[in-house]
Design a protein around this ligand. Structure first.
Ligand code: ASP
Length: 338
């Protein structure tokens, strides 16, 4: 018996030693919702490849700079790809327009930058960084925010740049569902349940990172939710709801039904559970997600990292695109629950 206990203890020590030797430096998500069947193997492969590129770009940027650089670099790759609901590929609201929202937070300085309701900035996450570092403000919106970003040299594009066939088709299917509902006919189940009429995945993107010095950072970028009312803003650009980072505690990015994440200040709730109750990152994230009212099909998902590189990737939807990369470059990517 003594030997078994000693062997078990050895195993535990050796796994934690391994984790510390090669800790995770970056965790990313590509949205909760998950309908792998509807997505099909070809789209799944494109999304996985993009996520791998994002993880590598993020890790390289952390190597050369710090956690904040990793978050920005990884999210830029996802925003540029057209495969996710952020940057190019953002979903359409019921007016047939795209309104992009994003935020970034630096755990070292507790500085943050956020932007909402824009459609001309190529990389909303880059705009957040500029707002954070140069504007003296945290949150800017609409055309005035775009003008400020342009003046600061942020890359601008035509609103047409963001258009993708996938997002347009998702709007048509949501439109058809809304018409059926208005006519009293059976309509598709609540979005995110992974049922008929659901997008293959929600596709909001986010990243949380930790560098060698233990600095933490997080960011989130989204086009919102298909067929929402124009002007609606979800949790993604709201510091403490969709994004939060605090050195010595944790860095968090959320995805899912934004209204719930705003009302329950989910990202800062996770950090508070870790900071004041001493919960592990995984326990804190699970408690926060379980505390949300249950929708049919779930509310969403969370990624988080602590200052030692322990990671949580949890969701209560059918799936969540997520991945991690370690300091030495080992990559893990998944969609389904493990
Ligand atoms: N949280 C985002 C929003 O409500 C959507 C998502 O993550 O899928 O705008």
């Amino acid at each position: 018996m003594r030997y078994i206990v000693a062997f078990a203890a050895f195993l535990m020590v050796s796994t934690s030693a391994l984790a510390q030797d090669d800790p995770v430096v970056l965790v990313v998500h590509g949205g909760a919702g998950g309908n792998k069947k509807a997505m099909g193997p070809a789209v799944e492969k494109q999304c996985r490849d993009t996520m791998e590129r994002a993880l590598k770009a993020g890790r390289d940027a952390i190597d050369k700079g710090e956690s904040l650089d990793g978050v920005e670099a990884a999210i830029k790759v996802l925003e540029d790809s057209g495969h996710f609901n952020a940057g190019k590929g953002a979903v359409f609201n019921r007016d047939g327009r795209q309104e992009l929202n994003a935020s970034i937070m630096d755990g070292k300085t507790r500085k943050a930058g956020a932007i909402a309701g824009i459609c001309r900035v190529k990389n909303p996450i880059a705009a957040c960084r500029v707002i954070m570092e140069k504007s003296g403000h945290v949150f800017m919106i609409g055309e005035s925010a775009e003008r400020y970003c342009k003046d600061q040299g942020v890359e601008m594009v035509s609103p047409l740049y963001f258009w993708t066939d996938r997002a347009w088709k998702e709007l048509q299917s949501a439109n058809a569902g809304a018409k059926k509902k208005a006519a009293g006919l059976p309509s598709p189940p609540e979005r995110g349940a992974g049922g008929e009429g659901d997008p293959p995945h929600f596709g909001t993107v986010g990243a949380a990172a930790r560098d060698r010095k233990g600095n933490l950072a997080a960011g989130t970028s989204t086009g919102g939710i298909t067929y929402v009312r124009p002007g609606r803003v979800g949790d993604s650009p709201i510091i403490g709801a969709g994004t939060y980072a605090e050195n010595g505690v944790g860095a968090v990015s959320c995805t899912g039904k934004g209204e719930l994440f705003i009302r329950h200040t989910v990202a800062s709730d996770i950090a508070a559970r870790m900071k004041y109750a001493g919960d592990s990152v995984n326990l804190a994230a699970s408690k926060a997600l379980n505390g949300l009212p249950k929708n049919p099909g779930g509310a969403g998902g969370i990624i988080a990292i602590d200052s030692k590189g322990n990671v949580a990737t949890i969701f209560n939807t059918a799936g969540m695109f997520r991945g991690t990369i370690t300091q030495s470059g080992k990559i893990w990517i998944a969609i389904d629950p493990d």
